[in-house]
Design a protein around this ligand. Structure first.
Ligand code: ATP
Length: 283
């Protein structure tokens, strides 16, 4: 084994190294570094506009960072196209849902399986046995992942007809259908009611039990503090903390980031309680 292979084998699943991203004059990310181990849950938190979604976009190839590197098991994937990153085992969901609204729920998830199930254009045109086998497998897989996320609504109707919380589940099912090693979830609990949030928390844990690592952007601090092994905190594109939930929730700079410098004592207490999330901590 040569030294390059050795260092790759020892590398974390995902490694984000001194990432920088600017849009004209706006520095959206200013030197972000963190790693994610196999089957680890890492949350990225921070106030609105802190650079969280931009970081996801850099990892998944939607944005090319201005500087820095993104590595997957030691392999440099910086600047690869989104489809190439996805093919390497990275799946994501979006803050604003990106389902095909007119397409059936089942077909939305089947679309996720097509990255794995290989068919060529001749198979599709001639409806070869391989094509039919692939289509059958794709449908079975889609049902499996819809069961896994606990979808209750109609799978044969258009995705847009489902209630919002159910659509979020379909997006996660579609990402899981790719059988990723790493899943990036952008605000999976946004807009959900209390019961749906609890189900999302349970779902995230079950995904991890499959051996999938998760990077989570989430504003619900209760969920973040309950489910994460580590929490990375961004403020104005700058990383201000990276540690276990219990440590991060007590970090004065984190509390201040959610408030600003001029907060009074009552406001600081309120922010502390919000970052603490009302539950008792790590996964
Ligand atoms: N395509 C873009 N063009 C110009 N500026 C952008 C673009 N995308 C993001 N930004 C800017 O980069 C900064 C970080 O935005 P980003 O959406 O990554 O933050 P965020 O932490 O995900 O926020 P939120 O919690 O509100 O989703 C913001 O100042 C934002 O206005």
């Amino acid at each position: 084994m040569n030294s390059t292979v050795k260092s790759t084998a020892n590398a974390p699943l995902l490694s984000v190294e001194d990432l920088r991203l600017s849009f004209g004059g706006v520095l959206a990310i200013d030197g972000l570094s963190f790693g994610v181990g196999e089957a680890e849950i890492v949350s990225v938190i921070g106030p609105n506009g802190a650079g969280k979604t931009s970081a996801f976009n850099c990892v998944t190839g939607f944005y090319r960072p201005t500087a820095g590197a993104v590595r997957l098991r030691g392999r440099d994937i910086t600047g690869l196209r989104p489809s190439a990153v996805a093919a390497l085992g990275v799946a994501r969901t979006f803050q604003n849902l990106r389902l095909f609204g007119e397409m059936s729920v089942l077909d939305n998830v089947r679309a996720g399986t097509h990255l794995r199930i290989r068919q060529n254009v001749f198979d599709a045109l001639l409806h070869t046995p391989r094509y039919r086998r692939g289509e059958r497998e794709s449908t079975e897989q889609a049902h499996h992942w819809l069961d896994f996320v606990g979808l209750r609504g109609d799978r044969y109707g258009p995705a847009r007809a489902l209630p919002y919380g159910e659509q979020r589940r379909v997006e996660i099912a579609r990402a899981l259908a790719r059988e990723p090693d790493l899943l990036l979830l952008d605000e999976p609990a946004a807009g959900l009611n209390h019961g749906e949030k609890a189900e999302t928390l349970d779902l995230i844990r079950r995904v991890r039990e499959l051996g999938v690592a998760i990077v989570l952007i989430e504003h619900d601090m209760g969920l973040v503090m309950d489910v994460s092994q580590r929490v990375v905190v961004l403020n104005f594109g700058r990383e201000i903390a990276d540690g276990p939930p219990d440590e991060v929730r007590r970090d004065p700079e984190v509390v201040e980031a959610y408030l600003g410098r001029d907060a009074d004592e009552a406001e600081i207490e309120e922010a502390r309680a919000s970052v603490a999330g009302g539950r008792d901590g790590g996964a």
